[in-house]
Write a protein that binds this ligand. Structure first.
Ligand code: PEP
Ligand code: CO
Length: 452
């Protein structure tokens, strides 16, 4: 194994010379080769120019002029795949963006954990129930969550299936966001029925009505609203954790305009808290693609390590290139975040600071289900804003796991989901997600933190 991390020797496949954490053991090497060969011939899902545009929007975030909302499933599912579920996820993200833009007065960069979020790192490679032990579920790009031997066996055909579902999802998202559904005149229609009658739904309706009135006012002033593209279309970007490296490698293509390499599986890709080893394969891969990239940072990262991550992923210090997604847990953020901010700022690294208040606040309920408390999520966010205010840095965004559905996966919120309720509609294939009401409520609270 080569130890050199000389970027001049980077290629889409150079990660293979480094240790790669969290990779499945594919039992059929020929089947993997076949899937890789097929993926390499398939069209890119996104274009270099789009990724560059997202970098420039994220540069605005890094410079304190915009806010990043990154949200979607923990793990997308091959089973829960329909136009309705994609539409409802988009609706709640658009609603949150409206709440944030309107209440806090900053532009919101909207990035979905969608159209490619099919792979999961796991704390253990196997799962045991009683005396039976199988491979852990690693996301539908790899295997299936059912607890039986066939379902858990990694199947490379799933890599191609994940590409195909990503392509259909992205196609629909492009139609929704550019074809009229995201037009600001539709702002009332994004409020789903089960949300509309709640306190947060009514709060949203008031904002929507004010937006209507503002649009009518501008039209009455003679402004040609039809000519303002920003009122009729939104930029909605895709992202996922770049975990299964053969998949990412096969979708990495050279931009014919610049000769730069882009991972064309998504606009933005990130490296997880378990795969961000400085001398590991994931950082080697991400260091050479020109997409905007994210890096999760948990309590195990020292300030020196955070600076080293910045050096490895953004040696040219390009604003918008690197987003640090901190996920400490509400009881740790106030201790861990301030020294990190000081070190990264002192090293002159322009990063987007964003808060993932989900992954540090997960626990298993008495009934055995993974869950999170809405209050812990809110409390980590409150600390995130307070710490950045004290440090004089810009709290650039939030990164959350959510769904547009009326699920019962996270505890609390205005509707007060209790532990006994978790079983009612617990449909996630991996981590517990905020439902649409909890998500909208959260957006209004975040807007208040931002305004303060
Ligand atoms: C995730 O974002 O789903 C995830 C696994 O996060 P982390 O790498 O921060 O644990
Ligand atoms: Co998760």
């Amino acid at each position: 194994m080569a130890s050199d991390s000389d970027t001049s020797s980077w290629s889409a496949a150079s990660w293979r010379r480094f240790p790669a954490a969290q990779q499945p053991e594919w039992p059929d090497a020929d089947a993997l080769k076949k899937a890789e060969a097929q993926l390499s011939t398939l069209p890119p899902l996104v274009f270099a120019g789009e990724a560059r545009r997202l970098t420039s929007q994220l540069a605005d975030v890094a410079n304190g002029r915009a806010f990043l909302l990154q949200a979607g499933d923990c793990a997308e599912s091959f089973a829960d795949f329909s136009a309705d579920s994609i539409r409802d996820k988009l609706k709640i993200i658009l609603q949150m963006a409206v709440a944030l833009t309107y209440a806090a007065g900053v532009p919101v960069v909207k990035v979905g954990r969608i159209a490619g979020q099919f792979a999961k790192p796991r704390s253990s490679p196997t799962e045991r129930i009683g005396t039976v032990e199988f491979d852990s579920f690693r996301g539908h790009m790899v295997n299936d969550e059912a607890f039986d031997e066939d379902a858990r066996r990694p199947d490379p055909a799933r890599l191609v299936a994940a590409y195909q579902q990503s392509a259909s999802t992205l196609n629909l998202l492009r139609a929704f966001t550019k074809g009229g559904f995201a037009d600001l005149s539709q702002v009332h229609l994004w409020n789903q029925q089960f949300v509309a009658s709640s306190a947060e739904g009514l709060r949203y309706e008031r904002v929507a009505s004010e937006i209507d009135r503002a649009l009518r006012f501008m039209a009455a002033c003679g402004i040609d609203l039809g000519a303002e593209a920003g009122l009729h279309q939104v930029d909605f970007w895709t992202s996922h954790e770049a975990l299964i490296l053969p998949y990412e490698e096969c979708l990495t293509r050279m931009d014919s305009l610049t000769g730069d390499w882009f991972d064309c599986s998504a606009h933005m890709v990130w490296v997880g808290d378990r795969t961000r080893q400085l001398d590991g394969a994931h950082l080697e891969f991400l260091s050479g693609v020109r997409n905007p990239v994210g890096c999760k940072i948990g309590p195990s990262s020292s300030p020196e390590n955070a600076v080293a991550l910045c050096e490895r992923l953004n040696p040219e210090r390009t604003p918008g290139r690197l987003t640090l997604i901190t996920r400490f847990g509400t009881d740790k953020i106030e201790e861990h975040l301030p020294p990190l901010i000081r070190a990264v700022e002192a090293a002159g690294h322009p990063v987007v600071w964003t808060c993932d208040p989900m992954h540090g606040n997960t626990f298993t309920s008495d009934g055995g289900r993974k869950t999170r408390r809405f209050d812990d999520i809110l409390s980590e966010l409150r600390s995130f804003f307070a710490v950045h205010r004290d440090a004089g840095s810009w709290p650039g965004g939030v990164h959350v796991e959510l769904t547009g559905d009326d699920v019962t996966e996270c505890l609390g919120g205005a509707e007060e989901i209790f532990e006994g309720d978790l079983g009612a509609r617990y449909t996630t294939t991996c981590d517990p997600r905020l439902n649409a009401r909890q998500s909208l409520d959260l957006a209004f609270r975040v807007a208040e933190f931002l305004r303060a």
